[in-house]
Every structure is written in C-alpha cells, then in structure tokens.
Design a binder for this molecule. Structure first.
Ligand code: PLP
Length: 545
C-alpha cells in the first residue's frame, strides 16, 4: 500500500468506523455465531499476491462483524464497560504510526515524558496523595500497564522481593555459609502468602500463581456489603502468622467485580501499622473512575499508607483498551525487583539517573505509546467532560436501581447496594412476596451470626431464617431462586437485545446490570428493565403452569 492508497483506505476506514458508531443501536449487541464460524469463511492460506484494500474492507462487514459482540453498544450492560471514543482511536492511529517500543527514555523521549506528565495529571484528577506524583519526595510516580491484572502481577513481584530483602536476615540472622543463607531465603519464599478478599478479582489469585506464592482468600460478609473490613483482615493475619505463614501482599478493591463493594480502607490502613511490610495494592480497575468526582474523593484519604493503586482508563474513562494506570508512592521496590541491564540496553542517559526507563517498571521490555490516547482523551473531553460522563452513568444507575426497588419490587430483590452504575439483583419467588419485607438486601446482621447451615451453604447465607425447622425450606428456596434467576439471565442473553452478566455472591445466583457506555441513556436502561421484568414474568408463569 503506497501513500495515496493509504490516504484513500484510511478515509474509507474512518468513514466505516463513524458509520459503525452511528448505527450501533441497529445491531444485535451479542454475536450469535457458533464456535468455529470463521474458518470456513476464509481461505486455507493467505493470498500469494496482495489484495486491494476495497476487497479487504468488504470482509469486515461480511466476515468479522457477525462474530463481534458490540461492547460499545448502548445495550451492552455486561461485565464492566470498555469505552472507546474518537479521540482515543486517533491516539491509537498516531501510536501505530510512530511505533517505537520505548523501553528506555532514549528510544523516543516523548513517549516516556508524555506518560509521566499525563499520569501526574491523572494523579491530581483522581485525588491520589501527592506522594504518588512523579515529582514526590518519596520517589513516586505512575506507569501505564496493559491491564489491571498485569499491574497486580508486577506489584506482587515487587512486594515479594521487598519482603524477602527485609525478612531474610530475620529468618537466618547469622548464616554460617552462603548455602545456609540461601536455604533460609528459600524456606522464607515457600511461606509467602498473597491475600485478597473473597470478592477480589481473580487476577490476584492468578498473580500469585505466576509469582509462585500461596494465595489466601479472606471471607467477607453481607452485613459489611461484601467489603473487606479491618476486623476480618486482622483475624486472618493473626491466624496466618501464628501458623508461621508470611503474609506479604494484599489486594484491596475499590469497586469489586461482582457488586462494586469498597473495602474499608481506613480500618485497613490501621491494621497495616501492625504489618508494615505487607504491600497493600488498591485495585480500582473500574470504579476508580468515580474518584474524578468530589463526592467520592474522601475514599482516597489515607492512601498514603498503601503501596500501589491502579485504575483502568480502558473501562469507564473513554479510552480504548489498553490503558491501565498504575501509581506508586515509591517506585524503588518496583525498579529494584525488575531491573536487568545487559550491555545492549545501557546508555549515558540511563546511567545519568536523569531519565525514566519504563522498562524497569513493567514485565515486557517494549511498550506502546499509550500516553497519546490518554492525552487526546483528557484534552478532548476536558476534566468537566470526563466528570460529566461518570456522573451521568452513576445517576442512570440510581434510576435503574429505583425501578428495580419500586416497580420491580414484586419480581426482584437487590442483592447488594447499587453502586457506581452497577445494580445486582435476583428474582423473587411468588412465595417470598408474602414474607414480610426484611432488609433491602440479602440478609440481616442478626441472622448472619446465627445462621450456620451446612457445608453446602456458607455461614453467610442468603436467606437466613430463624430456626432449625426452617432450614430445609431455606435451602430449597435458595436453590429454586437461583434456578429461576439463571433461566431469566440465560433467556435474556440468548435473545441478545441486551447483554448482561451473571455472578455468584456467596450462594446466591445474581444478575449484574451496568450501563456505562458513552451512548447508553435512560431509554436503554428502561428497555433493559422492561426486558428483565417481561422475561421474569414469563419464567415465573412457566413455573406455575
Ligand atoms: N480488577 C477488577 C475489580 C475488575 O473488575 C477487573 C475486570 O473487570 C480486573 C481487575 C481485570 O481487569 P483487566 O482486564 O484490565 O486485567
């Protein structure tokens, strides 16, 4: 493709992308293809001679589009959003054009320097402590990672090495030989435990698998809205240390995947005083976006006590995948865990100590120029535009949750408090309507402590009933509610007019609804509510007949 052909093809591609966004609503949000649909549509081998762009472009609509799930659709209410916008697409275009895997500052100084500047901007906007700025006295700063999962693996490795450095001498105070010192270190390594709550994203457990450490999931309680508390953490830490384990790392979450719960940061900052060497990471992958808004910014009070924070601009912040922004109040543990400098990576700028080489802050060597799209988005929307985007969705989420609570009170029950535009609900069976309304959510505090059913149900049961005689009914109700909720969910998703996600919260099967795409409006959430209500009535009618 020469320059003139690219000009023509580029214009045609941009036209097609604009039409795609404009007409998204007319497409079924979920793909309905069967596994393996694509291979028969494509030749067995690539063409021997180059093809015209016009022929290639035609296959986007004919062959690729049927297999796409439209994450940008206003009817996409599954998982968490993955916003993509015109300014961020332009950022990708320039990034692709300049491709310079800028692992060292020297490779393309603008790539590094723009990243440092936009992450400092973001640090201010999200109200993170000043220590997380690149200019802080503690040597903090931010770096763009590919994903929140990658950020967790990266900081877990830094945490592991920092812990080993600090504790090795305690484990073997006066080694008689190098071998004895090494043995001591390896014994310590085998006792390392990374922690997350029962509601932490699975990426923490996966990071522990990759980092070669143990993983412990800390139970959370419905009475705490599924958040990790200082009390719950202390119990587990005391138990682990009594048994000789070394808890070296903890993920806290601002907006858990299932219910958008927020762990109790202030209490946990207090607990950390007793365990100063345990690295605490805040996973704010989705809901960290809400920190743009003043009303949520008190959540960051006390973040000085923690070791890292990560938010995905590629979820709710109008920037296409990938753009996961990791901040640390002190970059040294990351750099000392991840720096390897063979001769071919050495240069005078790196040795001068005056530049940042982001290769030392991440797993891969090469990196994309992702700061460009963040810069374009922040400048195109402005701070107010970004705030309005998040605020609008939170408002819409509240409207939706109120429909569920009011108009939908005979059909649904909220499983957790609605937060950050996410509503989590389950179906209410007809017989439950007759039971007196108890708590708005799944159970009451008194019931939590009293109810301990059997191995099949966790101690925090979803339908607590006061006495032994009712337990069989309790389990039966839970089983049937789960089955009905699941059927509603499966019918809706297989129909494909809207797309939702289900989850298990303790033993309760629940449906998550989160509408946070740029094009999502009240009419789309209303449509989702009506589909949910209609489908639930159909499933309940089938049950009665
Ligand atoms: N953390 C939380 C709370 C999430 O909800 C998710 C994904 O939804 C992740 C981490 C993983 O994000 P990523 O795909 O960027 O690794």
């Amino acid at each position: 493709m020469d320059a003139e052909q690219f000009r023509k093809a580029g214009y045609a591609a941009v036209d097609e992308i604009i039409d795609y966004f404009t007409n998204l609503q007319s497409r079924r949000v979920a793909s309905s293809v069967s596994p393996g649909y694509l291979r028969p549509l494509l030749p067995a081998k690539p063409p021997d001679e180059g093809e015209e762009w016009g022929d290639i472009q035609k296959d986007i609509e004919a062959k690729i589009m049927p297999g796409l799930t439209h994450w940008q659709s206003p009817d996409f209410m599954a998982f968490f959003p993955a916003n993509s916008t015109y300014p961020s697409i332009l950022g990708e275009m320039y990034s692709a054009a300049f491709t310079a895997p800028a692992f060292n500052w020297l490779c393309s100084p603008a790539c590094t320097e723009l990243e440092t500047v936009v992450l400092d901007w973001l640090c201010h906007l999200l109200h993170l402590p000043a220590s997380y700025l690149s200019t802080s006295a503690t040597g903090g700063g931010g770096v763009i990672q590919g994903s929140a999962s990658e950020a967790i693996v990266t900081v877990m490795v830094a945490a592991r090495e920092q812990y080993i450095r600090r504790h090795c001498r305690l484990a073997v105070p006066q080694p008689a030989s190098e071998v004895e010192a090494e043995d001591g270190e390896w014994r310590l390594r085998t006792r390392l435990v990374a922690l997350g709550s029962e509601m932490s994203h699975s990426s923490t457990q996966k990071a522990a698998m990759i980092a070669g450490v143990h993983y412990k999931s800390i139970p959370v309680d419905v009475t705490d809205d599924f958040a990790l508390t200082g009390r719950g953490l202390t119990e587990v830490l005391q138990d682990l240390t009594r048994r000789g384990w070394e808890p070296f790392y903890l993920t806290l979450t601002l907006g858990t995947t299932s219910t958008c719960a927020v762990d109790h940061f202030k209490e946990i900052a207090e607990v950390k005083k007793q365990f100063p060497d345990m690295w605490v990471h805040i996973d704010a992958a989705y809901a960290g976006a809400a920190l743009l808004l003043e009303e949520y910014q008190e959540l960051t009070d006390g973040f000085e006590a923690f070791d890292s924070f990560d938010v995905n601009m590629h979820k709710w912040l109008l920037t296409n995948f990938d753009a996961s922004c990791l901040f640390l109040p002190c970059r040294e543990p990351l750099i000392s865990a991840l720096t390897i400098t063979p001769p071919y990576l050495q240069n005078d700028h790196s040795s001068s100590g005056l530049v940042t080489d982001y290769r030392d802050w991440q797993i891969p060597l090469g990196r994309r120029f992702r700061a460009l799209k963040i810069w374009f988005v922040l400048r195109s929307y402005g701070v107010n535009g970004m705030k309005n985007h998040v605020k609008r969705h939170i408002g819409l989420g509240d409207v939706f949750a109120n429909w569920v609570k009011d108009e939908g009170s005979d059909l649904f029950e909220l499983v957790a408090p609605p937060r950050f535009a996410l509503t989590v609900l389950r179906v209410k069976l007809p017989e439950e309507k007759k039971e007196k309304a108890t708590t708005p959510f799944v159970m009451s505090k008194a019931a939590t402590t009293e109810t301990k059913v059997d191995e099949g149900l966790a101690s925090n049961d979803i339908f607590p009933l006061p006495n032994e005689a009712d337990r069989g009914r309790q389990i039966d109700t839970l089983t049937r509610t789960n089955a009905v909720t699941k059927e509603v969910y499966e019918r809706i998703n297989s129909n494909g007019d809207i797309l939702l996600t289900s989850t298990m919260i303790k033993d309760c099967y629940a449906i998550r609804v989160v509408g946070a795409n740029e094009q999502t409006d009240e009419q789309h959430l209303r449509k989702a509510f009506e589909i949910l209500a209609r489908t639930t009535e159909e499933v309940l009618r089938k049950l009665e007949s």
